[in-house]
Design a binder for this molecule. Structure first.
Ligand code: SF4
Ligand code: SF4
Length: 234
């Protein structure tokens, strides 16, 4: 794997994941092992996270993931038209927001087996951010407190900023590229080669943080810690 995915960005990403876990420690949730209702084929991630994920796996495990993605590649899946930072910027600039299609009924994540995640320790932020105060499988939907929604958006913005030269896309699409047999070049270059298929979106730096006034005071210390981490990258 190339330097893009195992450089300082990955070390910072690990710290960001830890900070999120710390911040979520106090939140009430019913999520538990073998509850895979939220593991759909619509999860997205950044190229940095895809590299981090693959780098954390043995060669044997990479092969296994490659086979899973090949065999269970979802026919219909969420393909993002914008990233979180792009959305924030477009709102700030009063631009029209493109419509997107996303339906959990399109199927499960190719990396789910017997209701367990096969790459749990390295799962991307999009998976870490899934939580609910009620049982989704019984109710048919997740109940996420407003503060957690704000936290999730904040972390998505920070991770994208960290990978601002990279891309975002559906997990199946990005892993298919990262695990392709001819993946000798730098990952963003590979993605550039096929981005004409409109599968991936360029990441952006943070233009504005989407933290509503009612959460700003409470999240101030955490935002400070995240800003300190981002400064280390520069
Ligand atoms: S978000 Fe819902 S489906 Fe996912 S682990 Fe939590 S309760 Fe289960
Ligand atoms: S990567 Fe793992 S946690 Fe994420 S959706 Fe797939 S099975 Fe679930």
């Amino acid at each position: 794997m190339n330097s893009h995915s195992d450089g300082p960005g990955s070390a910072l990403l690990k710290k960001i994941y830890s900070l999120y876990q710390e911040a979520m420690g106090e939140m009430d949730q019913v999520c538990k092992e073998k509850c895979g209702y939220c593991c759909t084929c619509n999860v997205t991630l950044t190229s940095l996270e895809a590299g981090f994920l693959i780098n954390s796996l043995s060669m044997e495990k990479r092969k296994d993931i490659q086979n899973r993605v090949r065999q269970k590649f979802p026919a219909k899946r969420y393909i993002p038209k914008m990233t979180t930072n792009m959305f924030a910027r477009m709102c700030m600039e009063n631009q029209d927001i493109p419509e997107e299609e996303n339906d959990p009924a399109w199927g499960t994540c190719p990396l789910l087996e017997n209701d367990l995640c096969t790459i749990y320790e390295s799962r991307p932020f999009g998976c870490r951010a899934l939580m609910s105060e009620i049982h989704c499988s019984k109710e048919g939907y997740a109940k996420i407190p407003p503060l957690v929604l704000t936290l999730n958006t904040l972390f998505l913005q920070v991770i994208e900023h960290l990978d601002q030269k990279g891309f975002s896309g559906n997990l199946s699409d990005l892993l298919a590229v990262v695990l392709s047999d001819n993946s000798q070049t730098d990952m963003p270059d590979q993605i550039n080669d096929i981005s004409s298929e409109r599968l991936f979106v360029h990441n952006e730096k943070i233009s504005v943080l989407m933290v509503p006034p009612e959460h700003q005071k409470e999240l101030e210390p955490l935002i400070g810690k995240l800003q300190d981490l981002l400064k280390k990258k520069n």
